[in-house]
Each structure stands twice: as structure tokens, then as C-alpha cells.
Design a protein around this ligand. Structure first.
Ligand code: G3I
Length: 350
């Protein structure tokens, strides 16, 4: 796999960034940007500019950031990202309005039978109205399916399900649609990538939820597939093809929202890790990008300078993951070329 990727890289318009490659197929490419990057790392921002047409805040739009106290909203960090994006003419995704993580300490204890719905509605109204007309997408709800939690409709046993039951999903989408109708409304999910038994259960449950939301006309427009991949896990491209085709057949658009490739189960040698990571991403992207409903791809960070994986899945040898398109020196890795090749191979969007 490595040789063709590198050969393609050598032969193909080296000056184009990933978003420019994506645009040639009617797609977009982007990356998550964290707060430290926006305020402190100009060379990284220049690379974001070169490769991205869209960015998403890794933290800046989450409850803990924008709603730190019950009666206080704070948009300073999100606005710093908006200012950067505006200056570089990048679109921005909002992430996220209802999730079981990234919440301030006050939130869960405040969710009582008489208060929870009002708290959720007020938050979504305030945040979406604040950014109305300025965001391309909202991840309205995040990671709501988890069959192994054994809850109603295979939903995750989250603070929101406990407080409001499944209706919280409807409420979130209805408020987002009412307050910022121009932002594409996305239901974002992880753990649907491999032919593992727990992921098969999750795919089935997620498709069931998507069908139900469609049937009840809940205003969901697109599905976010996070794609936090694991280079050591076998991929079944037929399973992936069928999954994205099933989603598309219900009329949803699809966005790859958080692509990265962890490598803590691979030996430390950098060259072979880079080769495996690149081949893995291409094997995952090819069947997904073949689906015309897919609008674009974002990675969860652009450079190995910063990845959540080093904290969450530390390698035994303490080396950093090689999870993202650029290395820590901001140079293109094999993964960059694999993503470029996958974008180039995608069918043209009309
Ligand atoms: O806000 C505090 C800050 O005040 C403090 O100084 C600092 C000290 O470490 O911690 C800060 O909070 C951290 C926060 O990131 C910073 O933005 C949290 O401890 C840390 O848990 C949090 O992790 C983020 C996580 O979501 C939870 O919000 C990761 O950076 C971020 O990459 C991760 O992103 C998620 C997506 O939103 C959804 N999909 C999965 C993805 C990876 O988990």
C-alpha cells in the first residue's frame, strides 16, 4: 500500500492543499482546532489555512466552555476561533449542543424533572442565536447511541436521557432548526467503523434511530461519522459501504467529522507506523467517499503537535501517536497523501 501512495504524492499537483483537492470533487476538507492553537501557534494556523476550508472547535462550543455557570454564557474562546476563521475565509462547524461529556460541573445536578427541559432549550436557543448565520453546521447531538447501555431504543445512558428520556433529541433538533435554520443539523456518532460485534449492534441501532427520526420528521439533516480509527483493527469495506448507503437511502447527508488513526497497538518504528496509518485511513475512506451523500472530511486536529489520543490512549513506549496528516514539525506525512489520494479518487459530486 505504501508505494502507490507515495508515488501518487510525487506525481500529483503538490501545491494543492487538501481542501483544494477536495473541492475538485465537490467535497470539503477541514480540521478541528483547539484553543491553544488559535491563540498561540501561528505556524500551525498557517497550515490550517493551507489545507482546510472548514474548521471545528475541539472544545470552544461545548457546554463547559460556553455555559460555565447556570446564568453565565461565555463566548470568548468560540469567538476567537470565529475571528481566525473569518480572517482566513474558513467555514466553521459548531460542536456540540447536547453531549454526555464536555459539560460544566453544575449541569447534571441541576437537571431535575421540572427544570431539565428549560435548561436544554435555553442553552440551545442562546448559543445557536448567538452564532446564527455564521456557522456552516451544528453537531446538534453527539454520541447518543450505545446499545450496550441497555436503555430504551438503544440510546446511551446519558444525563440527558435520564433527565428527559428520548425526547431530548427531538427538542435539541427542533430548537436548533428554529434558532439557526441555515446551519446544517448533524447527529454525530462514533464506533461504527469496524466489523466488531459491539459496533455492528451500534450500526443497527443507529440506523433504527435515523429511520425513526425521519419517520417522525425530526429536523435532522446529516449524519456525522467521527472515524476515530485504530490502525490495528481490520476493516471490512463491504460493511462500511452498506452502512453509508443505508444512511444515504434515508435522505441524510454524511460528513466524516473527526478522522484520526491511533496506533498504540503498532510497534514504534515511525516509518512502518506511518505506512500502516496511511493505508488504514485510505481503506476506510475509499468506500465511504464513494457514497455521493458524503459532503466532506474533517480530521480531529491537523498535526501530531496536538492530539487527544496521547492522553487518552498513551502508547507503552510513550511515543506520540502518528494520527494526523502533518507531523509535529508540520510536514506532510503518508497519511496526508493517503487522504489526498482518497479525495482524488472520490466520484465527482454534482
Ligand atoms: O477546561 C479545562 C481547563 O480549564 C484545564 O486547564 C485543563 C487542564 O488539563 O483541562 C481543561 O479541560 C480539558 C478539555 O479537554 C480542554 O478543552 C478536559 O480535561 C479534557 O477532558 C477535554 O478533552 C476533550 C474531550 O473531547 C472532552 O471535551 C478533548 O480535548 C477533545 O479532543 C475531545 O473531543 C471529542 C469530541 O468532542 C467528540 N468525539 C470524541 C472526541 C475525542 O474524545
Amino acid at each position: 500500500m505504501a508505494a502507490p501512495l507515495v508515488a501518487m504524492a510525487a506525481g500529483e499537483a503538490p501545491g494543492l492543499g487538501l481542501n483544494q483537492r477536495a473541492r475538485r470533487r465537490g467535497l470539503f476538507f477541514g480540521a478541528a482546532v483547539n484553543d491553544d492553537t488559535v491563540t498561540k501557534d501561528k505556524p500551525y494556523l498557517d497550515k490550517i489555512d493551507a489545507d482546510c476550508g472548514i474548521v471545528v472547535g475541539e472544545a470552544q462550543f461545548k457546554w463547559a466552555d460556553v455555559h460555565p455557570e447556570p446564568d453565565k454564557f461565555d463566548f470568548a474562546r468560540a469567538e476567537a476561533l470565529m475571528t481566525f476563521a473569518k480572517a482566513r475565509k474558513l467555514r466553521v462547524r459548531g460542536h456540540t449542543l447536547a453531549w454526555h461529556e464536555g459539560n460544566p460541573d453544575w449541569l447534571e445536578p441541576a437537571l431535575k424533572p421540572g427544570t431539565a427541559e428549560g435548561i436544554l432549550r435555553t442553552h440551545i436557543q442562546t448559543v445557536t442565536k448567538h452564532f446564527a448565520g455564521r456557522l456552516a453546521h451544528w453537531d446538534v447531538v453527539n454520541e447518543v447511541v450505545q446499545p450496550d447501555d441497555k436503555q430504551v431504543h438503544d440510546l446511551r445512558a446519558s444525563l440527558w436521557l435520564r433527565a428527559l428520556g428520548p425526547a431530548y433529541i427531538d427538542i435539541a433538533f427542533q430548537e436548533a432548526a428554529a434558532c439557526d435554520p441555515g446551519a446544517l443539523r448533524v447527529i454525530n456518532e462514533f464506533g461504527t467503523d469496524y466489523p466488531l460485534a459491539w459496533q455492528e449492534r451500534k450500526r443497527v441501532a443507529f440506523l433504527g434511530l435515523l429511520a425513526d427520526l425521519r419517520a417522525r420528521k425530526v429536523p435532522v439533516q446529516a449524519v456525522g461519522l467521527q472515524a476515530h480509527l485504530d490502525a490495528a483493527e481490520p476493516i471490512d469495506q463491504k460493511v462500511l459501504s452498506r452502512f453509508v448507503t443505508d444512511i444515504a437511502s434515508m435522505g441524510y447527508r454524511i460528513i466524516v467529522t473527526e478522522l484520526d488513526v491511533r496506533d498504540q497497538r503498532l510497534p514504534g518504528d515511525i516509518d512502518s507506523r506511518d505506512t500502516a496509518v496511511a493505508a488504514h485511513a485510505k481503506a476506510w475512506l475509499d468506500p465511504v467517499l464513494a457514497c455521493p451523500a458524503v459532503l466532506g472530511v474533517l480530521t480531529w486536529g491537523l498535526s501530531d503537535r496536538h492530539s487527544w489520543l496521547n492522553e487518552k490512549f498513551p502508547r507503552d513506549d510513550k511515543l506520540d501517536h502518528r494520527a494526523l496528516p502533518l507531523d509535529a514539525a508540520l510536514d506532510r506525512k503518508k497519511l496526508w497523501y493517503a487522504i489526498a489520494a482518497a479525495l482524488d479518487a472520490a466520484p465527482m459530486r454534482s
